[in-house]
Design a protein around this ligand. Structure first.
Ligand code: ADE
Length: 230
């Protein structure tokens, strides 16, 4: 990949890149700062998108317009698969918008009407690279699976059970599927890497506050190891 785009939603997720990337330039578009530089011999552009699907979509398109050839997302998520513990890693095989709901018109939960595809597939080579980097750094603590995104912080055991049983999700967050949709619309490969800050249950708000920093460090370490191996 000639130039690699990296997005994180929050400062915890992106400040680590400010420390590891040798900066060569920056630009501002749509009120968001994009930093250009090099990391382990690769050209990268990264930005802090802000939280939610619209912020992530705008950033992704702007990175693609700036010439990136793949997009990586680093950040934290709420665990959905029961086998996941706080700190564990999910590598997206695909992404779905769990809050897309046109069910009253007979469409499936998550389905975008009049569109062939609404579960967006990550690039298999990036998934394998992320997964092997994750296994190297955190053996036995990563899962490849479906990332569910919505403009909602999930903090209820019933909600999270439905996401597992009905949608087969591995984790839930607020950006991945919008980045994924924009990448697929442009034919650009992507992968989302998320470390679990909480279990999206009744304790999620407390766990999120306590574990976001560590989970962000884990996710960043995988991005760095991946780029080293590219
Ligand atoms: N990001 C981290 N934890 C989350 C949760 N429980 N819901 C949505 N996004 C999250």
């Amino acid at each position: 990949y000639g130039k690699i785009g990296i997005i994180g939603a929050m400062a915890e997720e992106i400040d680590l890149l400010h420390k590891t990337v040798s900066k060569t330039g920056s630009f501002v578009k749509a009120g968001i700062e994009y930093t250009e530089g090099s990391l382990h011999g690769h050209q990268v552009v990264f930005c802090k998108s802000g939280v939610g699907k619209v912020n992530a979509a705008v950033c992704t398109q702007l990175l693609i317009d700036a010439g990136v050839e793949c997009v990586l997302f680093t950040g934290v998520a709420g665990a959905v698969a029961p086998s996941l513990n706080i700190g564990d890693i999910v590598i997206s095989t695909s992404c779905l918008q769990h809050d897309f709901d046109v069910t009253p018109l007979g469409f499936a939960r998550g389905q975008i009407p009049y569109q062939d595809v609404w579960e967006f597939q990550a690039a298999p080579d990036l998934v394998e690279l992320a997964s092997s980097a994750s296994e190297q750094l955190f053996p036995g603590r990563s899962l490849k699976g479906k990332v569910l995104s919505g403009d909602q912080f999930i903090a209820s055991r019933d909600a999270v059970r439905g996401m597992y049983e009905e949608l087969d999700g591995a984790c839930t967050e607020m950006e991945g599927a919008s980045l994924a949709q924009v990448c697929v619309m442009n034919g650009v490969p992507f992968v989302v890497i998320r470390s679990m800050s909480d279990k999206a249950d009744g304790s999620a708000h407390v766990n999120f506050a306590d574990f976001t920093v560590q989970a962000s460090v884990n996710s960043h370490a995988i991005i760095e190891e991946m780029i080293k191996q590219m």
